[in-house]
Design a protein around this ligand. Structure first.
Ligand code: CP
Length: 323
C-alpha cells in the first residue's frame, strides 16, 4: 500500500487536522504520564522499540528546530533516523544533484523521507517515482506545513479552537514559507488573518487578508501576532540581480524599525494575546530582546509542540499505533 506524502494542505480538511491534534495530545499525555509514574528509561526504550522503522532526514537547507524535532519524533516513535544535512561530506560536493541524492537514498528503502529543499526540487514527482512517503520539512518559499501545524496546535491548546480568532503576521511575509502554510491552515480552521510590514515584504496576493499599514492598529486588532524573520538568504535566491548589499541583515534593521515588536509597540497588544515566531529569531530586528521575558511569548512552547505534532504526523503516515 502506498502511504501518503504530506507536502501541503491540499488534501487536508478540518476533521483531519483535529484528528492529528488529538493524536498529538495523546502523545503528550502518554509522555507526561510516563514521567509522573517514574517509568524507567529502560522500560520506555523497550516499549518504544516494538515497531522499528527507518526515517531518512534529508536537509538540503540549514535547520535547527525542524530537523531536531523530527529526529526526536522518530526516536520517540521507535524509529531510527538517517540524517543528511548540508553539502559538506557528501556527494553534493562532487556535483551530484539534490534529486539524484534523494533517489539514491530512496533506493536504500527507508520507510519515510523527511525533506527540506529549495523550490526547484519536485518533491511530488520524487514521492511518486520512489513510492516512499515524503514529509515536507520546509520547501523553498512554497510551504512549511508542519510548522503551520505546530503553530496552530499551540494556539488551539491555549484557546480550544481558532474559529474567528484574529491572527496577525508581521515582517518579511513575502519570503516566508511559514506564512504561506499558515494562511492555508488558518483558513481551514476558520481564523481571520491580517498582514503588516514593510511594503516590499507584504504578500503579493492579499486576498482574504486584512492589510494594516500601522503596527499599533494591527496589534490592537489581533488575538495573536506572529513575527517573521527577515530572510536575507531567500532574498539572495529570489532576487539575484539586485544591487546595494540588500542581502545583509544590517541593511534591513531600518526597514523593520517601524514594525518591530518591543516593549513600546507591544503596549498596543492585549494582555491575554499571544506572541509567536517560528524561529530562528533575529533578536533586535523583528523582535526586541525584552520579548524573551514577555508573558505573552509562546516561542519555546511552539518548539515543544513541534515534537508532538511531528511524532503524530509520522505515526499517522506509517500507521504506528500509540501503545
Ligand atoms: N522554524 C524553522 O523551520 O526553524 P529551523 O529552520 O531551525 O528548522
Amino acid at each position: 500500500m502506498l502511504r501518503p506524502s504530506f507536502l501541503n494542505f491540499s488534501s487536508v480538511n478540518f476533521d483531519s487536522v483535529q484528528q492529528l491534534f488529538s493524536l498529538a495530545l495523546q502523545i503528550e499525555k502518554k509522555r507526561l504520564d510516563e514521567q509522573a509514574s517514574g517509568i524507567s528509561l529502560a522500560a520506555r526504550a523497550s516499549s518504544s522499540r516494538l515497531s522499528s522503522y527507518v526515517a531518512a532526514l534529508l536537509f538540503f537547507e540549514p535547520s535547527t528546530r525542524t530537523r531536531a524535532s523530527f529526529q526526536t519524533a522518530v526516536y520517540r516513535s521507535g524509529g531510527e533516523a538517517i540524517v543528511f544535512e548540508g553539502a559538506k561530506g557528501n556527494s553534493l560536493e562532487k556535483g551530484e544533484s539534490v534529486e539524484d541524492t534523494i533517489l539514491n537514498i530512496a533506493a536504500m528503502k527507508p520507510d519515510v523521507m523527511i525533506v527540506r529543499c529549495q523550490d526547484h526540487v519536485d518533491l511530488k514527482a520524487l514521492a511518486e517515482r520512489t513510492q516512499i512517503p515524503i514529509l515536507n520539512a520546509g520547501w523553498g518559499v512554497y510551504g512549511h506545513p508542519t510548522q503551520a501545524l505546530l503553530d496552530c496546535f499551540t494556539l488551539q491548546k491555549r484557546w480550544g479552537n481558532l474559529a474567528n480568532k484574529k491572527i496577525l503576521f508581521v515582517g518579511d511575509i513575502r519570503h516566508s514559507r511559514v506564512a504561506a502554510s499558515n494562511f492555508e491552515l488558518l483558513k481551514i480552521l476558520g481564523a481571520e488573518v491580517a498582514v503588516a510590514g514593510p511594503e516590499q515584504w507584504l504578500p503579493q496576493d492579499t486576498s482574504g487578508k486584512i492589510v494594516f499599514n500601522n503596527l499599533a492598529e494591527a496589534l490592537r486588532w489581533c488575538d495573536a501576532v506572529m513575527a517573521l524573520r527577515v530572510q536575507v538568504e531567500r532574498h539572495a535566491m529570489m532576487h539575484p540581480m539586485s544591487e546595494g548589499g540588500m542581502y545583509s541583515l544590517d541593511n534591513h534593521v531600518h526597514d523593520m524599525s517601524a514594525w518591530q515588536l518591543n516593549a513600546i509597540t507591544l503596549k498596543s497588544l492585549s494582555a491575554d494575546a499571544l506572541i509567536l515566531h517560528p524561529g530562528p529569531v533575529n533578536w533586535g530586528v523583528e523582535l526586541a530582546e525584552e520579548v524573551q521575558s514577555d508573558k505573552r511569548n509562546c516561542i519555546l512552547e511552539q518548539v515543544y509542540n513541534g515534537t508532538l505534532i511531528r511524532e503524530a504526523l509520522i505515526r499517522k503516515t506509517l500507521q504506528l499505533e500509540l501503545k
